[in-house]
Design a protein around this ligand. Structure first.
Ligand code: HEC
Ligand code: HEC
Length: 310
């Protein structure tokens, strides 16, 4: 049983190898977005009014301009500086993932945001209090009336506007996507790195539009990774031993700047993350030269990042 998760990805490689079909898809240059709702969502994303003690906003942990949608901390710092039990996932391209959070406990992006509101270490705010604050705020009152046509702003609409903003946080035109579209060549080293990524089977778990984000897999599929009960893995949801250290595979888009890595933030550099992945999930001890080549390829996944504008 324990190996079923592990086998599925390898079937995928066989499919890929036999069809020549590229299993990584480029990020579209844009996706349909309601601009007014997204603008409102952007204001909310940056506004600490949404946190119980008025100190944190989404942006506090997800710096989309300078830190690729993360905080660059091993574990997030929540309310009052308390340490959370997980490394911050990026919000960039998150909209393309099939489930949200390290263990996929939220099924859709709106549900994800409601979890953030209720999390005692994140925004820690009740629906009642959130709605009281937003409905007493003159600008939000006007904007929601104008954009959503409502006199009373519900928590659901607040989350809806933030989701609309998240749709603008996509990073198209990475070197790799331009290569997939035939508009640019990879360097020889980048190309070799991509070849290793495919041949070793990294691509069996890291594929699709986000080069990850579309399946649950074990960290330690071949050589076990030490399990610590406080991290948010699938076991927390299912209580099946089999789900210990099973996580939603993170996206490798912009991975060069979403450090540190893993659910526990234990890998400081991309080199270290690649080495540990190859060891625990493929049973390989990669020579330094190959680690370097794979990292060169991974750096081609950095796209156009959101720019700060008022
Ligand atoms: C105190 C820091 C903190 C704050 C504030 C915060 N987040 Fe997060 N965010 C995290 C951490 C840590 C995770 C991963 C937690 C987990 O998986 O258990 C995460 C995960 C996410 C994800 C999931 C990404 C994925 O790939 O599944 C999204 C989307 C997100 N946050 C959006 C938001 C939004 C929107 C807000 C504001 C309403 C917000 N966050 C506020 C720390 C924070
Ligand atoms: C069996 C599935 C599987 C295979 C094969 C696999 N990975 Fe992963 N990868 C994962 C999972 C699951 C995680 C999340 C690990 C964690 O934090 O618990 C991950 C995390 C990562 C991360 C860290 C991302 C982050 O933001 O924290 C990198 C980098 C990475 N993998 C690269 C690779 C490379 C390179 C290979 C091939 C040498 C590879 N992976 C093979 C499933 C896989």
């Amino acid at each position: 049983m324990a190996n079923i998760l592990f086998i599925i990805p390898f079937l995928l490689i066989i499919v890929k190898a036999s069809t020549g079909f590229e299993v990584i898809k480029p990020i579209p240059e844009s996706i349909p977005v309601n601009k007014e709702k997204a603008y409102l969502g952007k204001l909310l994303f940056h506004d600490p009014i949404l946190s119980k003690d008025g100190t944190l906003s989404c942006f506090s942990c997800h710096d989309i301009y300078k830190k690729c949608g993360t905080d660059h901390l091993p574990l997030a710092k929540g309310m009052g500086g308390a340490e959370e039990n997980a490394n911050t996932l990026t919000v960039l391209n998150a909209i393309f993932n099939f489930a949200f959070f390290w263990n996929g406990r939220a099924q859709n992006p709106k549900e994800q945001i409601i979890f953030v509101f209720r999390n005692p270490l994140e925004l820690d705010i009740s629906r009642k209090e959130l709605e009281r604050r937003i409905n007493n705020h003159k600008l939000y009152k006007q904007l929601f009336k104008k954009i959503y046509g409502v006199d009373y702003i519900t928590e659901d609409l607040v989350a809806d506007a933030i989701v609309e903003f998240e749709k603008t946080l996509i990073t198209p035109n990475s070197k790799f996507d331009l290569y997939l579209k035939g508009k640019m060549k990879l360097s020889k080293e980048e190309e070799e790195g991509f070849k290793l990524f495919k041949e070793y089977g990294c691509i069996s778990c890291h594929n699709g539009i986000n080069v990850g984000g579309n399946s649950f897999q074990k960290f330690g599929a071949v050589i076990p990774y030490k399990w610590k009960p406080w991290f948010p893995d699938r076991y927390k949801l299912t209580k099946n031993d089999f789900d210990k250290n099973v996580y939603r595979v993170p996206s490798l888009r912009n991975v060069e700047c979403t450090y540190p890595y893993f659910h526990d933030g234990s890998a400081k550099t991309l080199e270290e993350a690649v080495r540990k992945m190859a060891y625990h999930n493929l049973g390989l001890e990669l020579p330094d030269e190959e680690v370097k080549l794979i990292v060169k390829f991974l750096k081609t996944l950095t796209g156009e990042l959101p720019k700060y504008e008022k």
